[in-house]
Each structure stands twice: as structure tokens, then as C-alpha cells.
Design a protein around this ligand. Structure first.
Ligand code: GLN
Length: 473
């Protein structure tokens, strides 16, 4: 079901928020012990569902747009009074003292929160295997990962335990789980949604995003979440730039030489079938050259750890979460951080501290920032001739749990998604077909990338090529 479906039924009274809550709770109670999409399921959602049901009876259509909608929230987004762990031992007992702006905005529209979903610790990973609360399994094939880092959010929507979910995307963490779980994942233009109340990973890359069953649902949620926030100075006011136009038919660019990198042959086939489909629908598809795209991964794994090392300095045992006693202050810091952080988080703090240290700053961090600026210029140039850029979301379908034990091979899963965060532009992943692995049909996502503040173009195009084609209303 979609938010649009549910809303219609809630207004008619043929299916109530309490029915929806009860059905989803049944799914959670039956399946989530194994799938592990949730770190915590919120029991107070039942009370909200009862209240929402009463309100629909009284007020019908005039109720707020998300009233009673069961939405799952990645557990690195603060909900006042709830445990917000970032899937780390460091914050295992941390209770959020305030609501993130995205939560405030969802609450204003009446949304109901089903629970806090599992993730890679501090959102660092592509598989949700780096969680202090155990692995999340892909509901489509439980021997495989759901993608990451918002794997719990992806699994929650794919298993029918929520109608939509919020995730965060620093290098692909909303789009990759959407691709692996067969749903829609949207990452907005940097600054269009507030980061206030999101546990920071890489501040110049992080954005909240949505995981939904239709493009229309992403748009609906985005309309609620977007806009200037006085708590986040990097947010963009909605009336401060000209809107990107939408069109009847689009001109789409494909960076062909970039696509050959480490891709599974059948994923490329699915991608090419989507290209043919677009052409048959009257869109124009052309090859474009984006030679710097292949530098994205290298630049990302400099910039991101640098920001991680700085953002995670605050977890010192004094101010938040875990504290391990030591003989003196220094020992206390060291013991707390040694025990509180997992291996991947430590790896990135070390890497980040290294690239920022005297003598290396210019060689690594400065260079990576230069590459980033050049990537932006390259993209802007290409957008003079095309409306959107199209790539697969990932080079492979969902991989096996435990398959990528080498961190470098894990990083390669992000090859098509990180350039988007480095340049700050918006992108959406929509299901494009399936490939066979051991007799199971695994979903493959197609990524569409729009120019800066072109989020609305992605929705317009996405509804045409996905919702309408699939008959989703
Ligand atoms: N997989 C990428 C990483 O590990 C992206 C993570 C994210 O977007 N939060 O950095």
C-alpha cells in the first residue's frame, strides 16, 4: 500500500489507522525477531492509532495529511523521549532530549511512528552489518543484506511493517537499501531538508531522505519535510531560487564509460532494458561524458572520514552516552572510545584524523575538496544539454550476509551514489527490474540524478516512469 491508498481508506473509514497499526504490528511480531529491521518498536503507536481513528471519524478530509500514517524512523534521528542509539554501543542508552526538525514536521501532520530502525553504526556502511544491535536481513532473501546504512528502514517498508520510512543519506544510505529492497529511495538537494536532530556523520554530505512504495509518496513526504529551518543554517529557503521546470518528455544523459566499472552483467542488462523503455515512451537518451565521476569514491573516502573524525570527537564519555571509568581523564577518554565504537567507526576516525593532520591536509583533504569542486563544474556543464542523468543505483543486487568482509570491497557498492552527495544534487532510486540469484528474483534499482534544487523534476519524471507504468496511484 501507499500513503495515498491509506489516506483514501482512512477518510472513507473502510480501513482505519488502528487496522493499519494492528496489521503492521502483526507483521513485526511474526517476522522481526528474524529480520531485525527495528532496534525498538514503539508501543505507544497504538494509542496514537486509536486517537487518529477517532479523529478521522469526526473530521474526515480536513485532518492533517499524514494523520495515522505508520512511518518508521532510522534510529539516528532524534525523537524526543525515545532511545536514539545510532546503532552504537556508545549511545545504547541515550534518550533524545528534543525532536529533530523532520520529526517535528511529521508530527505536525499527524504521522505515527512505528519504531526506530536498525542501521550501520553511525550510518557507516552499505549493508547494516556494522550495527551493535545485530544484522538486518533482507525480507526478499533472508540470507542477504538489505543494503545500508538505512537497511532497517528499507526492510521495514519492504516487509510491510510501515508504509514509509525516513533514512539518512551521506553517500547512498537511502538509495542503496531502496535498490536492494525493491522500493523507492529519495535523497534531496543538500539543504532542502533540515539536518537539525540528525546524528551527524559527514556534515557537508548528510541529508535525510525517504523510503517509500511510490514516487508520489516520496514527494508527499518531501513536501512536509522541506524548507528553511532556523536550527540549520545550511537549509535553503523555498522562495530563494527559481524552480527547475518540469517537462512532458525528458532528455536523459548516461555516463557510459563510468558504468562499466565492476558491474554484474545482468544488472547492466536490466539497466539497458530501462533505457529502451524510456526511448519507447518518447524520452530522449544520449551518452554524456563525466570523467571525474570515477574519482568520486576516492574523494568521498577522504572527505567523509575527515568530517567523521571531527563529528565523533564529541563522544568522549563526558557529555553523551557511554562512560568507562579510568585512572585519569585521558585514560577515561581512551577506554570509553575503545569500548564504545565498533571497528568500522574506529577505522574512519583514524583515517580522518590522518588526512587532516599537519603536512597531509593539503595532500589529501585539500585535493579531495578540489576534486569535489571540479565534479560540480563537470556536472553543471552536462546539465546544459540534458535534464537528468541515469545510472544503476548499485553495481550488484543485494549481496550475501558476510560476503564483503573486506572493507574496500564494501566501499565499491557506493560507486554510483557518492558523487551525488559530493556535489549536493538530488537523486532518486526506483525499482527497474530483477536479476536471478540462486533462484530468487532480486530487485535492481535505477538512479536518476537531477541538477541542484531539481528535486521536483525527479518526482515528475519518476511518477511518469514508475508510478504510472506500474499502475500505482
Ligand atoms: N555506504 C556509505 C558509507 O559507508 C554511505 C553511508 C551513508 O550514506 N550513510 O560511507
Amino acid at each position: 500500500m501507499t500513503i495515498t491508498d491509506l489516506r483514501k481508506k482512512f477518510i472513507e473509514g473502510s480501513y482505519t489507522p488502528l487496522d493499519a497499526y494492528t496489521d503492521m504490528r502483526k507483521i513485526i511480531d511474526t517476522d522481526d525477531e528474524d529480520i531485525n529491521a527495528f532496534i525498538e518498536v514503539f508501543d505507544d503507536a497504538r494509542e496514537s492509532a486509536v486517537m487518529a481513528t477517532l479523529q478521522y471519524e469526526k473530521e474526515g478530509e480536513s485532518t492533517p495529511t499524514l494523520l495515522g500514517m505508520p512511518i518508521a524512523i532510522k534510529n539516528n534521528i532524534l525523537i524526543k523521549g525515545k532511545k536514539t542509539t545510532a546503532a552504537s554501543k556508545m549511545l545504547a542508552n541515550y534518550i533524545a532530549p528534543y525532536d529533530a526538525t523532520v520529526i517535528t514536521r511529521l508530527k505536525e501532520q499527524g504521522a505515527l511512528f512505528t519504531g526506530g530502525t536498525n542501521l550501520d553504526e553511525f550510518a557507516m556502511g552499505s549493508s547494516t552489518e556494522n550495527s551493535a544491535f545485530g544484522v538486518t536481513k533482507n525480507p526478499i532473501d533472508r540470507t542477504r543484506v538489505p543494503g545500508g546504512s538505512s537497511g532497517g528502514s528499507g526492510a521495514a517498508v519492504a516487509m510491510g511493517a510501515s508504509v514509509a520510512a525516513l533514512g539518512t543519506d551521506t553517500g547512498g544510505s537511502v538509495r542503496l537499501p531502496a535498490s536492494f529492497c525493491g522500493i523507492v529511495g529519495f535523497k534531496p538537494t543538500y539543504g532542502r531538508i533540515s539536518r537539525h536532530g540528525l546524528i551527524a556523520m559527514g556534515s557537508s554530505l548528510d541529508q535525510a531522505g525517504t523510503l517509500t512504495n511510490s514516487v508520489r509518496d516520496s514527494e508527499l513526504l518531501f513536501d512536509v519535510l522541506k524548507g528553511k529551518d532556523r536550527f540549520d543554517a545550511t537549509t535553503i529557503g523555498e522562495d530563494t531560487y527559481p524552480k527547475v521546470q518540469v517537462k512532458e518528455k525528458y532528455r536523459i544523459g548516461i555516463p557510459r564509460d563510468f558504468l562499466q566499472e565492476g558491474m554484474d552483467a545482468d544488472v547492466l542488462e536490466v539497466f539497458n532494458a530501462n533505457v529502451s523503455q524510456l526511448v519507447s515512451e518518447g524520452h530522449e537518451v544520449v551518452d554524456v561524458s563525466l570523467p571525474l565521476m570515477k574519482r568520486g569514491l576516492a574523494a568521498y573516502y577522504i572527505v567523509m572520514p575527515a568530517e567523521v573524525s571531527s563529528n565523533l570527537a564529541r563522544y568522549d564519555g563526558m557529555r553523551y552516552g557511554l562512560r568507562v571509568e579510568g585512572e585519569d581523564l585521558l585514560q577515561e577518554y581512551m577506554k570509553t572510545r575503545a569500548e564504545g565504537f565498533g571497528a568500522e567507526v574506529k577505522r574512519r576516525i583514524l583515517l580522518g584524523t590522518y588526512v587532516l593532520s599537519a603536512g597531509y591536509y593539503d595532500a589529501y583533504y585539500g585535493k579531495a575538496e578540489n576534486v569535489r569542486t571540479m565534479m560540480r563544474a563537470e556536472l553543471n556543464h552536462v546539465y546544459e544539454t540534458v535534464d537528468l542523468i541515469m545510472t544503476p543505483t548499485a553495481p550488484t543486487p543485494a549481496f550475501k550476509i558476510g560476503e564483503k568482509s573486506d572493507p574496500l570491497s564494501m566501499y565499491l557498492a557506493d560507486i554510483f551514489t557518492v558523487p551525488v552527495n559530493l556535489t549536493g544534487v538530488p537523486a532518486i532510486s526506483v525499482p527497474g527490474g530483477t536479476v536471478d540469484r540462486d533462484g530468487v528474483q532480486l530487485p535492481v534499482g535505477i538512479q536518476y540524478i537531477a541538477p541542484h534544487v531539481g528535486d521536483e523534476r525527479l518526482f515528475d519524471f519518476g511518477k511518469k516512469v514508475y508510478d504510472e507504468v506500474k499502475g500505482i496511484v
